[in-house]
Design a protein around this ligand. Sequence first.
Ligand SMILES: NC(=O)c1ccc[n+]([C@@H]2O[C@H](COP(=O)([O-])OP(=O)(O)OC[C@H]3O[C@@H](n4cnc5c(N)ncnc54)[C@H](O)[C@@H]3O)[C@@H](O)[C@H]2O)c1
Length: 208
Amino acid sequence: MGSSVEQCLLVTGGAGFIGTHTVVQLLNKGFKVSIIDNLDNSVLEAVHRVRELVGPDLSTKLEFNLGDLRNKGDIEKLFSNQRFDAVIHFAGLKAVSESVANPRRCFDNNLVGTINLYETMAKWCFRRLQQFMANQKDIHAAEPEWRIVLLRYFNPVRAHESGRIGEDPKGIPNNLMPYIQQVAVGRLPELNVFGHDYPTKDGSAVRD
Ligand SMILES: NC(=O)c1ccc[n+]([C@@H]2O[C@H](COP(=O)([O-])OP(=O)(O)OC[C@H]3O[C@@H](n4cnc5c(N)ncnc54)[C@H](O)[C@@H]3O)[C@@H](O)[C@H]2O)c1
């Protein structure tokens, strides 16, 4: 996808960890970006910091929309106002522990949100999507005009080199790196290391 003619991308979940980093890159590459995020696991400050990182000029190419993919009206509003060249779909609840403790909330958020997004895109004859879920293969098989890229990544870590954006989940982090970071800055008291009789130097488990 080139950016010589200004192209506009919709990034769902664009205020989150992967979303903010992606949006910085997209703006720096010359794309216009529209974010939709309900700030369930992020804060508006992260979007302000994206603006700060790209500077005042590129920042005018970023639009933030507070909205929830579970409300079709929130998505409709965007598509009725703007023509998008592609959608990158990051919005979702990702914590494994939450999906076990409260599966209905996760199904409602992730499945209903994704279905609403597909349906609105199809309604506006717009079928270009990059996202992380698996079931769009079925959609592409049935409607080959969809152009879909699957992003399969495994636990990305680190923060932007500026240190201004990074992974800062609400509540107790479910991933190791943000947990360690929160202990380091004193937000959490300690990190528990589990396991004591694995065949390693200190008996704790070695993974990945
Ligand atoms: N971080 C990882 O290690 C990892 C690995 C593989 C896949 N993923 C997937 O990538 C995507 C992005 O991950 P992340 O680490 O940036 O997570 P994140 O929680 O930081 O970002 C997700 C964003 O989506 C928003 N959101 C959630 N539900 C929404 C809804 N219904 N409507 C609008 N906004 C909503 C949240 O407020 C948040 O800002 C997630 O779908 C996640 O499952 C992440």
